[in-house]
Design a protein around this ligand. Structure first.
Ligand SMILES: *[C@@H]1O[C@H](CO)[C@@H](O)[C@H](O)[C@H]1NC(C)=O
Ligand SMILES: *[C@@H]1O[C@H](CO)[C@@H](O)[C@H](O)[C@H]1NC(C)=O
Length: 150
Protein backbone atom coordinates (compact mmCIF):
# COMPACT_ATOMS: atom_id res chain seq x y z
CA UNK A 1 0.00 0.00 0.00
CA UNK A 2 1.17 3.50 -0.77
CA UNK A 3 1.53 6.27 1.72
CA UNK A 4 -1.84 7.85 0.91
CA UNK A 5 -3.86 4.65 1.15
CA UNK A 6 -2.24 3.84 4.51
CA UNK A 7 -3.17 7.30 5.71
CA UNK A 8 -6.70 6.78 4.34
CA UNK A 9 -7.15 3.55 6.31
CA UNK A 10 -5.88 5.27 9.44
CA UNK A 11 -8.30 8.18 9.03
CA UNK A 12 -11.21 5.83 8.36
CA UNK A 13 -10.55 3.82 11.51
CA UNK A 14 -10.30 7.04 13.53
CA UNK A 15 -13.64 8.16 12.12
CA UNK A 16 -15.17 4.79 12.93
CA UNK A 17 -13.99 5.19 16.51
CA UNK A 18 -15.19 8.73 17.14
CA UNK A 19 -18.42 8.44 15.14
CA UNK A 20 -19.79 5.53 17.14
CA UNK A 21 -23.32 4.37 16.40
CA UNK A 22 -26.20 6.31 17.97
CA UNK A 23 -27.27 4.70 21.21
CA UNK A 24 -30.29 2.41 21.07
CA UNK A 25 -32.80 3.84 23.50
CA UNK A 26 -36.41 3.36 24.51
CA UNK A 27 -38.74 6.31 24.87
CA UNK A 28 -40.28 6.41 28.35
CA UNK A 29 -42.82 9.18 27.78
CA UNK A 30 -41.56 12.20 25.84
CA UNK A 31 -45.01 13.77 25.83
CA UNK A 32 -43.88 17.36 25.10
CA UNK A 33 -41.20 16.48 22.56
CA UNK A 34 -39.80 13.91 20.17
CA UNK A 35 -36.31 12.42 20.40
CA UNK A 36 -34.32 12.12 17.17
CA UNK A 37 -31.00 10.75 18.39
CA UNK A 38 -29.01 9.85 21.50
CA UNK A 39 -25.21 9.81 21.53
CA UNK A 40 -22.86 8.84 24.31
CA UNK A 41 -19.12 9.45 24.08
CA UNK A 42 -17.09 7.37 24.43
CA UNK A 43 -19.21 4.28 23.81
CA UNK A 44 -17.52 2.10 21.15
CA UNK A 45 -19.92 -0.83 21.66
CA UNK A 46 -23.38 -1.27 23.16
CA UNK A 47 -24.57 -1.53 25.83
CA UNK A 48 -22.22 1.32 26.82
CA UNK A 49 -19.58 0.33 29.33
CA UNK A 50 -19.11 3.03 31.93
CA UNK A 51 -15.75 2.94 33.64
CA UNK A 52 -15.61 4.02 37.27
CA UNK A 53 -14.02 7.39 37.83
CA UNK A 54 -14.69 8.53 34.27
CA UNK A 55 -17.19 10.93 32.81
CA UNK A 56 -19.34 10.42 29.72
CA UNK A 57 -20.93 12.95 27.43
CA UNK A 58 -24.61 12.40 26.75
CA UNK A 59 -26.12 14.21 23.75
CA UNK A 60 -29.88 14.00 23.22
CA UNK A 61 -31.24 15.65 20.08
CA UNK A 62 -34.97 16.31 20.30
CA UNK A 63 -37.72 18.59 19.04
CA UNK A 64 -39.92 20.35 21.56
CA UNK A 65 -43.65 20.63 20.96
CA UNK A 66 -44.20 23.33 23.60
CA UNK A 67 -42.82 26.66 24.77
CA UNK A 68 -41.04 26.54 28.12
CA UNK A 69 -39.01 29.15 30.01
CA UNK A 70 -36.86 26.61 31.81
CA UNK A 71 -36.09 22.91 31.73
CA UNK A 72 -34.65 20.59 34.34
CA UNK A 73 -33.01 17.19 34.02
CA UNK A 74 -33.78 14.27 36.32
CA UNK A 75 -31.72 11.09 36.04
CA UNK A 76 -32.48 7.71 37.59
CA UNK A 77 -30.54 4.47 37.57
CA UNK A 78 -32.98 1.58 37.44
CA UNK A 79 -31.52 -1.43 39.22
CA UNK A 80 -33.64 -4.57 39.04
CA UNK A 81 -36.72 -2.50 38.36
CA UNK A 82 -36.15 -0.02 41.19
CA UNK A 83 -35.38 3.58 40.15
CA UNK A 84 -32.69 5.27 42.23
CA UNK A 85 -32.02 8.99 41.85
CA UNK A 86 -28.69 9.49 40.11
CA UNK A 87 -27.34 12.95 40.96
CA UNK A 88 -25.80 14.91 38.09
CA UNK A 89 -23.65 18.03 38.64
CA UNK A 90 -25.72 20.23 36.33
CA UNK A 91 -29.48 19.68 36.28
CA UNK A 92 -30.32 22.99 34.58
CA UNK A 93 -31.14 22.15 30.96
CA UNK A 94 -30.66 25.82 29.97
CA UNK A 95 -27.00 25.36 30.94
CA UNK A 96 -26.68 22.08 29.05
CA UNK A 97 -26.57 23.14 25.43
CA UNK A 98 -30.17 24.39 25.26
CA UNK A 99 -30.84 28.03 24.54
CA UNK A 100 -33.80 28.98 26.72
CA UNK A 101 -36.63 29.79 26.46
CA UNK A 102 -37.48 26.55 24.67
CA UNK A 103 -39.61 27.19 21.59
CA UNK A 104 -42.12 24.83 20.00
CA UNK A 105 -41.19 22.93 16.81
CA UNK A 106 -37.53 23.70 17.35
CA UNK A 107 -34.74 21.14 17.48
CA UNK A 108 -32.30 21.14 20.40
CA UNK A 109 -29.26 19.16 21.42
CA UNK A 110 -29.12 18.63 25.15
CA UNK A 111 -25.49 17.89 26.10
CA UNK A 112 -24.43 16.94 29.61
CA UNK A 113 -21.92 14.88 31.54
CA UNK A 114 -22.58 11.60 33.29
CA UNK A 115 -19.89 11.15 35.95
CA UNK A 116 -19.37 7.58 37.15
CA UNK A 117 -18.24 7.55 40.77
CA UNK A 118 -15.61 5.04 41.86
CA UNK A 119 -17.96 3.83 44.60
CA UNK A 120 -20.62 2.49 42.23
CA UNK A 121 -21.00 -1.28 42.15
CA UNK A 122 -20.01 -3.03 38.88
CA UNK A 123 -23.53 -3.87 37.72
CA UNK A 124 -25.79 -3.63 34.71
CA UNK A 125 -28.51 -1.05 35.00
CA UNK A 126 -30.87 1.06 32.95
CA UNK A 127 -30.31 4.81 32.86
CA UNK A 128 -33.51 6.83 32.66
CA UNK A 129 -32.95 10.45 31.67
CA UNK A 130 -35.77 13.00 31.71
CA UNK A 131 -35.86 16.67 30.82
CA UNK A 132 -38.86 18.37 32.41
CA UNK A 133 -40.49 21.58 31.23
CA UNK A 134 -42.33 24.35 33.14
CA UNK A 135 -45.42 22.11 33.35
CA UNK A 136 -43.41 19.30 34.95
CA UNK A 137 -43.94 17.24 31.80
CA UNK A 138 -41.15 15.50 29.88
CA UNK A 139 -39.62 17.23 26.86
CA UNK A 140 -37.90 13.90 26.61
CA UNK A 141 -37.68 10.71 28.59
CA UNK A 142 -35.22 8.13 27.33
CA UNK A 143 -33.84 4.96 28.78
CA UNK A 144 -30.87 2.87 27.75
CA UNK A 145 -28.94 -0.01 29.31
CA UNK A 146 -25.38 0.47 30.57
CA UNK A 147 -22.82 -1.64 32.35
CA UNK A 148 -20.60 -0.20 35.06
CA UNK A 149 -17.12 -1.70 34.88
CA UNK A 150 -13.90 -1.23 36.83
C1 LIG B 1 -25.19 16.33 19.36
O1 LIG B 1 -25.78 15.49 18.37
C2 LIG B 1 -26.25 16.19 17.22
C3 LIG B 1 -26.94 15.17 16.32
O2 LIG B 1 -26.06 14.14 15.97
C4 LIG B 1 -25.08 16.90 16.56
O3 LIG B 1 -25.53 17.64 15.46
C5 LIG B 1 -24.40 17.84 17.56
O4 LIG B 1 -23.26 18.43 16.97
C6 LIG B 1 -24.00 17.07 18.81
N1 LIG B 1 -23.47 18.02 19.79
C7 LIG B 1 -22.33 17.78 20.47
C8 LIG B 1 -21.89 18.85 21.41
O5 LIG B 1 -21.69 16.76 20.35
C1 LIG C 1 -37.35 30.13 35.06
O1 LIG C 1 -36.13 30.35 35.73
C2 LIG C 1 -35.95 31.68 36.18
C3 LIG C 1 -34.54 31.81 36.70
O2 LIG C 1 -34.22 30.75 37.56
C4 LIG C 1 -37.03 31.98 37.22
O3 LIG C 1 -36.90 33.30 37.68
C5 LIG C 1 -38.40 31.79 36.59
O4 LIG C 1 -39.41 31.95 37.57
C6 LIG C 1 -38.54 30.40 35.95
N1 LIG C 1 -39.78 30.35 35.20
C7 LIG C 1 -40.65 29.33 35.28
C8 LIG C 1 -41.88 29.45 34.43
O5 LIG C 1 -40.46 28.35 36.01
Amino acid sequence: MGYYSTLGVLLLSLLAYTNAEPVKFADCGSIHGKVAEVDIQPCPSQPCQLHKGESYTVNVTFTSSVASQNCTAVVHGVVEGVPVLFPIPQSDGCKSGIQCPVEPQKSYSYVNQLPVKTGYPPIKLVVEWELKDDFNKDLFCIKFPVQIVN
